[in-house]
Design a protein around this ligand. Structure first.
Ligand code: ADP
Ligand code: MG
Length: 232
């Protein structure tokens, strides 16, 4: 069987939003498990759309394979896709999606509070303890009980990172996660992502339009090169 060790396997995948032209036609994208991949492309080239498909939030219009961590996302029920995402994926959003009515700590523990299988990976350590450790490593130890609305944009982005990382997801997806960070924090942030991914044996799919960040990754992919839309 092909692709059993691939974290992501997309073949002949097409996607259009309900209105508008075709956004993606990906003949092939295979990401081996454990790899740290940097995906770049200009604004509007379909990066966020592709991440939505990999996360099972958007379904392809057509495809020969849409496999993530060995699962066929198209064949799964919506409920199974939601459960799979919650248990196995860490998603670091471009716009953070933090919950303003929760403290920093409660935002970070949310994924393991919601998904028992993800909580099980904490091996009995209380979620608050794990969350505190992550927050301290992200230099947010003094803000654990702060409402997230009182944080700077860069701090909020690091809280979102801790939330994506808790419970060691098998696949971490990050959509322009460093855009609000200054250069020093950017390096620390990427180091933490790498350390967490290595500790968990996780695959990292990291999207940015800033090519200078790509050097430290195992592999750099260009979305315009992967995408056959617009190619005659
Ligand atoms: P990127 O993340 O690389 O900036 P996107 O995936 O957000 O690119 O967008 C790719 C294309 O899809 C753009 O032309 C954008 O206008 C279009 N698009 C994005 N989201 C939607 C949507 N919800 N409905 C219709 N078109 C969309
Ligand atoms: Mg985007």
């Amino acid at each position: 069987m092909t692709g059993t060790s691939a974290a992501i396997e997309l073949r002949n995948l097409r996607f259009s939003y309900r209105t508008g032209p075709e956004v993606l036609h990906i003949p092939e994208l295979v990401v081996p498990a454990g790899r740290k991949v940097f995906l770049h492309g200009p604004s509007g080239s379909g990066k966020t759309t592709l991440l939505g498909i990999v996360a099972g939030v958007l379904l392809p219009t057509a495809s020969d394979a849409t496999r993530v961590l060995g699962r066929d996302l198209v064949a799964m029920s919506p409920g199974a896709r939601d459960a799979f995402r919650g248990e196995q994926l860490g998603y670091l959003f471009q716009l953070f999606n933090l919950l303003p009515w929760l403290s920093v700590l409660d935002n970070v523990t949310l994924p393991v509070d919601l998904h028992p299988a993800r909580r099980a990976r904490l091996a009995g350590v209380p979620p608050a303890t794990v969350a505190r450790e992550l927050l301290e490593r992200l230099d947010l130890g003094d803000f654990i009980h702060t409402p997230v609305t009182d944080l700077s944009v860069g701090q909020q982005q690091r809280v979102a990172a801790a939330r994506a990382l808790i419970g060691r997801p098998a696949l971490l997806i990050a959509d322009e996660p460093t855009s609000a960070l200054d250069a020093d924090r950017r390096a620390t942030f990427i180091e933490l992502l790498f350390a967490e991914c290595e500790a968990a044996g996780a695959t990292l799919l990291f999207v940015s339009h800033d090519l200078s960040l790509g050097r430290v990754f195992d592999e750099r992919l260009s979305l315009p090169e992967l995408n056959a839309v617009g190619v005659a």
